[in-house]
Each structure stands twice: as structure tokens, then as C-alpha cells.
Design a protein around this ligand. Structure first.
Ligand code: HEM
Length: 362
């Protein structure tokens, strides 16, 4: 008779529940507070594992040079799962906070230089999503993979880290494939294959910029009529307008110019039936990044509450370093477009509107 599987066999519970022995691999020597510390970290690492799986699936699904419409709901569903993982993880720090500063000090010194900074799964998540080293450098941070490679040199983990992380650097990230997809998005019914495409994109962004300026000017007029001093406002409008103009048009990179125009187009004409799923996909990516920032922020507040402004066991400035990581943005273009959106009643008239209706032949 074949043995029916049990709950504990299936979940490999024996192994899982025998992994809380700390550095001495002996549960009897682990205090209640340390057990709490170990389990909370392990649960996070399990969520990270699931997140890596989900990002890989989404990245692979989006890697195709032609993503069918019917695949978009599937992609959105999995981004939503990722959002929920990070939402839960961000709240999970509350549990960690039940450790008092003094409770932690009892075993903190035993950790040596071990730190969450060495979480290779978080690095894997960052690489898979597409966090660039330039984004880290803006905050004065260097490549964490180089650091990991140094600490694992000539240890049994060296190959593992190389296989997991260094290899990922050569693969497309979720950001790469998302931006490839945005690049191919039909804008005003035109695709990059069309001869007139560049002209159509320029016309679209120029008309949009013109509308922004028109709205700004009419707002200034109203304020002036009300007797307000508009000089500061005028300067601010001028500055932001020129930032928007640079962002949308002065891009040396043709591809990025089209990607930005596509985001602006989808966000602006979001009520068009065929744009319903693409805009949901973009919304979910923004929500995902928002949750990751919240995860980092909550970690920082928990750290501040438990160790104050002490330096970290990993050698960083501690909470100040973690707060700086909340400034990282993987998808800055998706955020930037939000400052430019205008009330739908002012939107430039759309050409080829039929292209985006459900009965369209496209
Ligand atoms: C008492 C609890 C904790 C304290 C005091 C603490 C402290 C710190 C500090 C100071 C850093 C900065 C690097 C360093 O110099 O060490 C850090 C990084 C990190 N910690 Fe924690 N941490 C705690 C709990 C956790 C938990 C529960 C997780 C769950 C995964 C975690 C994950 C991380 C990660 C992933 C980093 C790297 C962040 C990055 O580089 O973006 N930490 N932690």
C-alpha cells in the first residue's frame, strides 16, 4: 500500500522546525527573545522567496516580444500577489518591535557583523525588479553585490552567490521587459513600426505640454485677478514646465522618449476600453513600488525604536542608511508622469479613438 502523504511530509516541517537553533545550532541555548528574532527573520526570508518566484514569473511572461491582451490580467494578478507580500511584510515589523532595546542587547553582540544587509534574497529581488546601481549611488551607496562577493570569497557560498546574483545582472529585469512593452504600446493608434510614428509622438507630447502651459497661464490669471502676488507661482510654473519639457522631449534616447509618451498616453486616456488593463498594470507596479518603500520605511522605524541611532552590525550608519534606501525608485518614470497629468476635460483631442474600443479590429 502506498503511503498517503501527510501534512508534515508535504511541508517538510521537521526540517523547517529544526532550523531555529541559532549560531550554536542548539535550540536549548536560544532564549525566548532570540527565538522570536530568528523566527521573524526566517518568515521574512520565506516571503522573499515567494516574491522572487513571482517576479521571475512576471518577468518571464513579459519577456515575449508580443504580449497577448489576454495575458495582461494574469500579469496583473501576480503583481497583485507581490503587492500583498510586501504589504504583509511591512506590517510584520510590528511583531519584531515587541523586542525591547534591552532584550535585543542581550544577544546583539553575538551576531558579530551578521546583518540583514547580507540578505541575498533582498538583493535578488532588487536585481530582478531592476533597481540600478545609479539609483543607489544617488544616495551615496555602493554595489551591495560587490560587498556580498567579498564576504563569501573562498567560502562554500561563493558559487551560490555567483550563480544567483551575478548571473541575474546579465538577465533582463522586470523593469526592462515592462519598458519594452511600453515602448511597443500603440500611441494614438501608431506603433514604432509606423513610418510617421516619431512625428505622431512629438505632436502628442507637444500638444500635451501646450495644454499644461495653457492651464498654468489661466490659473495665474485667476490669481492675479484676485489680487495675489503671482511672481513666486510664475517662477515655479516656469521651472516645472521646463522640467516636464526636458523629461518628455529632450531625451537623447529615442526608446525612453517613446516609453514616457506611452505612460503619459495610458494614464491620460485611461478610460478608453483597450487601455483598461494596461493602466491597471501600471497602477499595480506603482502600488508595488509604494509597498516596497513602505517596507523599507517600517523597517527603519522599527530599527530606530530598538537600536536608536547606533551603527548597524553590518557596519552602515544604521537607521540613516535605511531611511536613505526609501528614496530608491525602480520606476521613476511612472512616478514622474503623475506630476504632469491634467484634468481630463483639458486633454488634447484624441485621434484614432476607435482603435482603443473593444470592437476594434486590432
Ligand atoms: C532588532 C531587529 C533589527 C534591527 C536592529 C535591524 C537593523 C538593521 C540595520 C542597522 C541595517 C543596516 C545595515 C547594517 O549596518 O547592519 C539593516 C539592514 C537590513 N535589515 Fe534589518 N534589522 C532588524 C530586523 C530585520 C528584520 C526582521 C528583517 C527582515 C528581513 C531585516 C532585514 C534587513 C535587510 C534586508 C537589510 C538590508 C537593507 C538594504 O540594504 O536595503 N531586518 N537592519
Amino acid at each position: 500500500m502506498t503511503k498517503t502523504p501527510t501534512y508534515w511530509d508535504y511541508l517538510n516541517l521537521e526540517k523547517l522546525l529544526d532550523s531555529q537553533g541559532g549560531l550554536s545550532n542548539d535550540e536549548a541555548s536560544v532564549s525566548e527573545d532570540e527565538m522570536h528574532f530568528i523566527i521573524v527573520h526566517q518568515v521574512f526570508e520565506l516571503w522573499f522567496k515567494l516574491a522572487i518566484n513571482e517576479i521571475t514569473l512576471i518577468r518571464n511572461t513579459m519577456s515575449s516580444t508580443q504580449i497577448e491582451e489576454k495575458q495582461i490580467p494574469f500579469i496583473v494578478q501576480h503583481i497583485n500577489r507581490l503587492v500583498e507580500i510586501f504589504k504583509l511584510s511591512a506590517r510584520h515589523f510590528k511583531l519584531m518591535e515587541t523586542l525591547t532595546p534591552q532584550d535585543f542587547l542581550v544577544f546583539r553582540s553575538e551576531l558579530g557583523t551578521a546583518s540583514g544587509f547580507q540578505s541575498f534574497q533582498l538583493r535578488e529581488i532588487e536585481l530582478l525588479l531592476g533597481l540600478s546601481n545609479e539609483e543607489r549611488e544617488k544616495q551615496g551607496h555602493s554595489d551591495p553585490i560587490e560587498y556580498l562577493l567579498k564576504i563569501v570569497k573562498e567560502t562554500e557560498f561563493e558559487n551560490n552567490i555567483k550563480k544567483r546574483l551575478v548571473k541575474l545582472k546579465t538577465e533582463p529585469s522586470l523593469k526592462d521587459v515592462l519598458y519594452d512593452w511600453l515602448y511597443r504600446t500603440p500611441i494614438l493608434g501608431s506603433t514604432p513600426k509606423e513610418k510617421e510614428d516619431e512625428k505622431i509622438i512629438s505632436k502628442f507630447t507637444n500638444e500635451y505640454l501646450y495644454k499644461i502651459d495653457e492651464i498654468n497661464q489661466s490659473q495665474l490669471k485667476i490669481m492675479q485677478k484676485d489680487g495675489l502676488d503671482i511672481s513666486r507661482m510664475e517662477k515655479s510654473f516656469r521651472e516645472t514646465y521646463s522640467q516636464f519639457e526636458n523629461f518628455l522631449t529632450n531625451e537623447d534616447d529615442n526608446k525612453m522618449r517613446r516609453v514616457k509618451a506611452a505612460i503619459l498616453f495610458i494614464e491620460s486616456y485611461r478610460t478608453l476600453p483597450l487601455l483598461a488593463w494596461p493602466r491597471l498594470l501600471i497602477d499595480k507596479i506603482v502600488e508595488l513600488e509604494e509597498q516596497i518603500v513602505e517596507f523599507r520605511f517600517n523597517h527603519a522605524r522599527m530599527v530606530e525604536r530598538i537600536i536608536g541611532k547606533r551603527i548597524g552590525t553590518g557596519g552602515s550608519s544604521g537607521v540613516d542608511y535605511i531611511d536613505q534606501t526609501t528614496k530608491y525608485r525602480i520606476f521613476p518614470e511612472l512616478w514622474a508622469i503623475r506630476s504632469m497629468l491634467i484634468d481630463t476635460k483639458h486633454l488634447p483631442n484624441i485621434i484614432n479613438e476607435d482603435y482603443y474600443k473593444f470592437n476594434s479590429s486590432n
